[in-house]
Design a protein around this ligand. Structure first.
Ligand code: IVH
Length: 654
């Protein structure tokens, strides 16, 4: 029958039939060209046909989300070890090199690509044998190609149809992305899992990341080959190193040292025998393969008792719970007495009572939080009925408890001032000084800081004449701010450091930014909700911005030297230890040339601490400089300072 004589209904039936053969049964009967002709004809006759919408979305629809699917090859888990000795014994079972990669704390996912290289099915790991179908969400939300080029694997379409190609990897949230959601989710992993399984995606979903660590059905002979092939297919492979068996412990220490610089949570290092022949010889137990093992970071988790829950007010007016635990727990080298419970929703979810035994975790070795409660307590935690700072009314919005009048709330105002001062690096204005300035009516708004005289400052407790003069001098020094620092200092929730840097690079002046509408802002990497929050935030802060501009000069990008957009643009960099390849002055010059700023000391706002390769201090705790120890302390408090080696800095600059 000629194509031209078919009715839209017939075409729809036929296309659905071929979709099924292609997407589900993986056994197409017609060529791509014939199929495309059918679709084009349907587009001509019935442009609103639901079948066309189905094709645009891919064959699997949200109806299939959550269906149970079987893994042809089970997704096993990894054997674990905690000591060098056990790791060494494991490595004695096979020959040849070893591949190490970070063990990412995310959600394992399998992606199956079929005969023509299209993504046919995505599924979670589940119990390893049965997972959940997440195809529709994987297509929409994961940074993966919808189609891979099978020729790059040396496969002809028919070969791949019989033996589908499967990519496995970890879906996760970067820590910087999680930053935007930390008040609504307990951990990056929970949020990644929730997002993948979500049936009704909303506009402002977190951006998911994906690292692939396995490729099944390819001609690769080694793990290292697989990672290279994944890259060629346009799939991001997990970062990895190929090492000899005498480097087991060194490589572990290297990942420990890199951990604070990585923008994702890792809870150990995965070691895999590189050769696939050796892997086949080793085989698997029912739970895990013998060719791989995870060397877990130690001391990230501990137990204690919940002694109290304190409620504080953030600059946005959110009333946030903080757990106090006794006795304190030692986690990744720090004594944890208090840890954030994020928001009201999480207190409810954990159904906490004072006296409960709680599991405290420092995910990624950084921010401590309560993972779960084992019960045992008797006094339920009751959220406050009035704002703990201003005693005003509170409102509950979904998981958040909020002060109803943050503009008049002392806690929210102090939060705003503290954020401003720390962002512009105005030293000497700690919480106690700011609280006195606020309570004596001298500083209510950031702009008021610039009106302070030495005499006024000297009237405060603990501030003498000399310090007062120093402080006024520092305030004067902070009248010139770069655009990203100024933007970040305003404390608009979506306008964190990286967003401020991106906006400053793109729009260059504060005036241009204030004139933007939501539509102007929306684009790749900036969604509707974020655009709205930015525009509203800037408008709501109009008065504050105008008041600041009476005193502050915002340096606009046009006036910067040529290094704007350089690899270290907007980053403050500090060196410690003995440099091997450059003198200190040369190194500092290179930083400036790359658009960076040389910092004079370690502060919470330092971006990068470079440790000279002439030092072995990255490796051992004993030889660390005081700068490194201080930077690590700030890091543990959650300030994102990167600690890198001289070599890594040079790589970045070059
Ligand atoms: S290799 C047998 N490499 O850890 C599985 N897995 O407990 C071999 N994971 O479900 C997997 N980062 O999702 C491998 N760099 C990495 C990984 C990694 C995280 C997860 C994986 C698996 C779990 C095993």
């Amino acid at each position: 029958m000629s194509l031209m004589r078919r009715s839209p209904e017939e075409l729809e039936r036929e296309i659905r039939h071929h979709n099924r053969l292609y997407w589900i049964d993986n056994a197409p009967e017609i060529s791509d060209e014939e199929y495309d002709r059918l679709v084009r004809e349907l587009e001509r006759l019935a442009p609103d046909s639901p079948v066309l919408a189905e094709i645009a979305a891919g064959a699997a629809t949200t109806d299939e989300l959550g269906d149970s699917v079987r893994h042809e090859q089970p997704m096993l888990s990894l054997d674990k070890c905690y000591t060098e000795e056990v790791l060494g014994r494991w490595a004695q079972n096979f020959e040849g090199p070893i591949v190490t990669s970070p063990k990412i704390d995310g959600v394992a996912v399998s992606l199956i690509f079929g005969g023509r290289g299209h993504l046919l099915r995505a599924a979670t790991r589940g119990d390893g044998r049965q997972g959940e179908d997440i195809t529709a969400n994987a297509r929409a939300l994961l940074p993966i190609p919808g189609r891979i080029d099978l020729k790059k694997l040396g496969l002809s379409p028919s070969a791949a149809r019989v033996n589908a190609v499967e990519i496995r990897g970890e879906v996760f949230l970067t820590l910087s992305e999680f930053e935007r959601f930390k008040n609504v989710a307990a951990s990056p992993r929970n949020l990644a899992a929730g997002t993948l399984k979500r049936k009704h995606p909303s506009a402002d979903l977190p951006r998911l990341s994906f690292f692939a660590y396995d490729l099944l059905g390819s001609p690769a002979k080694s793990e290292w080959d697989k990672l290279a092939l994944l890259g060629e297919l346009g799939v991001q492979p997990v970062q990895a190193r190929l090492i000899g068996r005498d480097e087991l412990q060194d490589s572990y220490l290297e990942w420990v040292a890199r951990r604070p610089t990585l923008d994702f949570e890792l809870d150990g290092v995965v070691y895999k025998c590189d050769s696939l022949d050796e892997q086949a010889r080793l085989g698997s137990t029912a739970h895990h393969p013998r060719y791989a093992i995870a060397y877990k970071f130690q001391g990230d988790t501990g137990e204690s008792q919940l002694a109290d829950v304190e409620w504080g007010v953030s600059r946005t007016g959110a009333i946030t719970p903080v757990a106090v635990v006794t006795p304190p727990v030692l986690l990744s080298g720090a004594m944890i007495k208090r840890c954030s419970l994020h928001n009201l929703g999480i207190v409810r979810k954990l159904s906490l009572s004072l006296g409960d035994t709680v599991v405290v975790t420092r995910r990624g070795g950084v921010i401590p939080h309560i993972e779960e409660s084992r019960g045992g307590g008797t006094i339920p935690v009751i959220p406050p009925r009035e704002c703990p700072s201003c005693a005003g009314p509170v409102v509950v919005r979904e998981d958040l408890l909020l002060c109803a009048q943050p503009a008049d709330c002392r806690g929210a105002r102090l939060g705003t001032l503290e954020h401003y001062v720390s962002t512009i690096r105005l030293e000497g204005f700690g919480p106690k000084v700011l609280a006195q300035l606020h309570d004596r009516g001298m500083v209510k708004e950031p702009a008021d800081l610039y009106k302070l005289s030495a005499a006024k400052l000297a009237s405060l407790d603990l501030v003498g004449d000399v310090l007062a003069r120093k402080l006024t001098h520092r305030i004067r020094e902070r009248r010139h701010l770069t655009l990203p620092v100024f933007l970040q200092a305003l404390g608009i929730p979506v306008l964190g450091k990286s967003m401020a840097e991106q906006l400053a690079l793109k729009y260059r002046s504060l005036r241009a930014l204030r004139a933007l509408s939501e539509e102007d802002l929306i684009g790749p990497g900036l969604r509707e909700t974020t655009a709205r929050q930015l525009v509203e935030g800037l408008a709501r802060q109009g008065k504050r911005i105008d008041a600041l501009l009476e005193y502050v000069t915002v340096e606009e990008r046009e006036h910067d030297d040529g290094a704007v957009g350089g690899p270290l643009s907007g980053k403050s960099v500090l060196f410690t230890g003995k440099l091997m390849t450059l003198s200190r002055t040369e190194a500092q010059e290179r930083v400036s040339q790359a658009g960076g700023e040389n910092a004079s000391g370690v502060s919470k706002n330092l971006d990068i601490l470079v440790i000279g390769d002439g030092d072995s201090s990255l490796r051992g705790a004993h030889a660390k400089s005081s700068k490194q120890r201080k930077a690590e302390r700030y890091l543990k408090e959650g300030h994102p300072i990167e600690i890198i080696t001289e070599r890594e800095l040079l790589e970045r600059i070059e």
